[in-house]
Design a protein around this ligand. Structure first.
Ligand SMILES: [Cu+2]
Length: 179
């Protein structure tokens, strides 16, 4: 991993953050749940960050669509960051690929897993944190669904960093050192 082309650095930093957190996957402390118009969001969690880390990641245990029609998570926002993005990270022939996505489909009657280490690698990014996220905090996040509308959930901040201080998406304190 010492010769990564520069253009992959930010994607890898994100993927590394996601993978590292999956190794520390544990039981959810009291999976809180929130719902609106048949869409139920269970166990949203934000990862603690270090000072200077520009962005943070949020995982969700599951989003269930109990309505009779398909829906889609199309956006998110939180007062703790300048903006938010929906991301996924996949392994493609042993290569980590990470991208911003426009939405996450929620089939009618279906359930989408967005926990740490989930197959699709779905997560939400807090872009431009105003201050570091500390374990024990609870932050409000508004999820925007195409059909069900807006839902404010409370994400608990958990510390899963192990030895990572991952500078996500081109941050200065990155996982990858300059050579
Ligand atoms: Cu990301």
């Amino acid at each position: 991993m010492t010769n990564q082309p520069f253009r992959f650095r930010s994607a890898l930093a994100c993927a590394a953050l996601v993978l590292l957190s999956s190794t520390a996957y544990g039981p959810f402390a009291q999976a809180s749940s929130f719902s609106v118009a048949g869409v139920e969001v269970q166990g949203p969690e934000a990862m603690a960050t270090s000072a200077g880390q520009p962005n943070g990641a949020i995982f969700i245990q599951a989003i269930s669509n109990k309505a009779g029609q398909p829906d889609k998570l199309v956006a998110a926002r939180s007062p703790v960051s300048a903006s938010m993005e929906l991301h996924n990270m996949t392994m493609d022939g042993g290569v980590m690929r990470m991208r911003e996505i426009a939405g996450i489909d929620l089939p009618a009657g279906g359930k989408v897993l967005m926990h740490r280490g989930s197959k699709e690698g779905y997560h939400l990014m807090l872009m431009g944190l105003k201050k570091p996220l500390e374990a024990g905090q609870v932050i409000p996040v508004t999820l925007v669904f195409e059909r069900a509308g807006e839902l404010e959930v409370k994400a608990s901040v958990v510390d899963m960093r192990a030895k990572s201080h991952g500078g996500h998406h081109g941050g200065s304190g990155g996982m990858h050192h300059k050579h």
